[in-house]
Design a protein. Structure first.
Length: 576
């Protein structure tokens, strides 16, 4: 595959390319342009979109004569293995969903000790008896997750207390006492669990078992009450390779994402979509296919497609275990898809951009705002090993003059030893004259209230806090700068820019800090005129002090395209 970048394209982007390995010579060539819609984002993922699963399957789990799980179960996984530790740590953080088919057969050690777990019995659902999680093992797992920085989602047993019927429907209310005991133990121990999931694939026709929609909804509400109470006050199928490389097969999965997106939009709630488990093949995957290089075509296409339909997190089945693990079950070494996941995690930012390449359906194209740099990350997947595709890149953005914007801060935001929060939207004055009766400074502790009032997604507070970081760092108020960063991190207000890198870069500018500190001294003496001029990403940042008001004028010049407002929205504080 070739990649040709137009020489006049002023665009910083990264591309990682995958081509099918084949012994045949290329028999054709296609040339075209990938059009990236940079005027606006079509979706937005979580900061940590990549997710993987850890399952309960014991070594006796076999499919088609192959027993591929080994010691990869949550009950027997070697937590002292250095490769395992480093593989998870490399994501910093990696979301891990703990669960799978057997999660609805797991009880949690409470007053009675665990006796046995998952004895092979073909008369049982999934051919295994009930299992048990000892609290000593949960302690070990929680310690391991804490040290690796993993973000844990735990799948609870949703069949406890129910009775099966001949058509695999389980009836009766959920007995939540055992799950509540585990949650309470977890909270009392101070273990962090990002989310609690109820049941594994029990909706619709179910997988092995199913629960009626009304009953399941009631049980989810019950779980919500349990969590609120406890946390209150606490801190294989045919030609698999052919399907992987078939555009029509890959496109066939888009309907699922599209329908879910439509459902969530029409519901009018804050509910978001996750893929809780996806391995691409039933029954533990297929050796030398789902753990081989070719499977990255399916996996990366899934990540791109899910993002396009505003899916927030995608959990790969599995991190280790079966024939579709990101790590090898036998030696913990990474399989090819591990590197695909890690590349995505490190290169793809949250804002999703539309793409179009009309010359061939065999080239899959996905684009995001870059995660750790200024620009766009472009993913290209050539499904046809016999055709070379020569690609140039263009965007639909146009050069525009953007108006200046003015935002006022209390002067004490910079001058005082305490750290008041940014004000709410200040009155915009075209003459930048300010006002003696401007907004009063608020204490730093009230920032949370301000954020809730203003809303997380608005650009205003993001730009405000970025400016605050730069101002504090430049004034050698490092603790205050870090405090603002922690607040951004807590409320997930980063607009596609790596806030930690930005903070470090600000602090590292010692020369700027020294000069700016001297400027601030002059500020105290003369609250007049322009006192600082510096580059703020692609924006020009002017800081004025007028009549005891700390005023920031952000101007985006004519050389900037729509890419900057989409990927670097913190430049635009508030448009006229």
């Amino acid at each position: 595959m070739g990649l040709l970048v137009q020489p006049l394209l002023v665009l910083c982007f990264s591309a990682f390319l995958f081509n099918r390995v084949t012994s045949q010579n290329n028999t054709g060539s296609i040339e075209g342009t990938v059009l990236i819609g940079a005027a606006s984002a079509i979706g937005r993922t979580d900061e940590d979109f990549i997710c993987a699963t850890l399952d309960w399957w014991p070594p006796e789990k076999c499919d088609y004569g192959t027993c591929s799980w080994g010691r990869s179960s949550l009950l027997n996984l070697d937590l002292s293995n250095t490769i395992l530790f480093n593989a998870i740590k490399a994501f910093s953080p990696l979301k891990l969903r703990l669960g799978g088919s057997l999660q609805d057969k797991v009880i949690y050690e409470d007053e009675q000790p665990c006796v046995s777990s998952f004895i092979h019995n073909t008369s049982e659902m999934f051919s295994f008896t009930q299992g048990c999680l000892p609290m000593s093992r949960w302690d070990q797992l929680s310690d391991f997750f804490g040290r690796t920085g993993a973000v844990v989602i735990f799948g609870l047993n949703a069949l406890n207390g129910r009775v099966p019927t001949p058509d695999t429907t389980w009836v009766g209310p959920w007995n939540s006492s055992n799950a509540a005991a585990l949650i309470r133990y977890t909270v009392n121990k101070g273990y962090t669990v990002h989310g609690w999931e109820l049941g594994n694939e029990l909706s619709g026709s179910g997988v092995g078992a199913k629960v009626g929609a009304d009953q399941y909804a009631a049980d989810v509400i019950a779980l919500r009450y349990i969590i609120d109470e406890i946390y209150a006050g606490s801190s294989s199928s045919g030609d698999l390779i052919g399907k992987i490389l078939s555009p029509s097969s890959l496109d066939g999965e888009a309907a699922t994402f599209r329908n879910l997106q439509s459902l969530l939009q029409s519901a009018g709630t804050k509910t978001t979509a996750w893929v809780g488990e996806a391995g691409g093949a039933y029954n533990s995957g297929h050796n030398l296919v789902t753990n081989a290089f070719v499977f990255s075509f399916w996996y990366l296409d899934q990540l791109g497609m899910a993002s396009t339909y505003d899916t927030k997190t995608y959990c790969r089945q599995s991190f280790i275990g079966g024939n579709y693990g990101l790590l090898s079950t036998t030696n913990f070494e990474p399989n090819p898809d591990y590197y695909s996941a890690l590349l995505w995690h490190r290169l793809m930012g949250r804002n999703v951009l539309s793409t179009n390449f009309s010359e061939t359906e065999n080239l899959r194209t996905y684009a995001h705002c870059a995660k750790q740099s200024l620009g766009i990350t472009l993913l290209l997947l050539n499904l046809d090993g016999n055709t070379t595709v020569k690609v140039s890149v263009s965007t639909d953005s146009t050069l525009k003059n953007r108006p200046a914007s003015l935002l006022l801060f209390p002067s004490s935001f910079v001058f005082e030893t305490q750290s008041p929060s940014p004000t709410k939207e200040a009155e915009v004055q075209s003459d930048a004259s300010g006002s003696k009766d401007g907004p009063k400074a608020r204490q730093f502790e009230t920032v949370v209230e301000t954020l809730n009032e203003m809303g997380r997604e608005r650009v205003l507070e993001i730009g405000t806090f970025k400016i605050a970081i730069k101002a504090f760092a430049a004034a050698r108020e490092v603790k205050k700068a870090i405090g603002v960063f922690e607040l951004i991190k807590r409320y997930d207000l980063d607009a596609g820019i790596e806030t930690s890198s930005y903070l470090l870069n600000c602090i590292a500018q010692e020369k700027l800090a020294k000069e700016t500190q001297e400027v601030f001294v002059r500020m105290r003496e003369r609250l007049q005129a322009v006192v600082l001029l510096s580059e703020f990403l692609f924006c020009t940042l002017f800081i004025y002090v007028v009549d005891n008001e700390f005023a920031v004028l952000v101007y985006v010049g004519e050389a900037n395209s729509d890419i900057e407002s989409t990927c670097f929205g913190s430049c635009i504080v508030n448009k006229f």
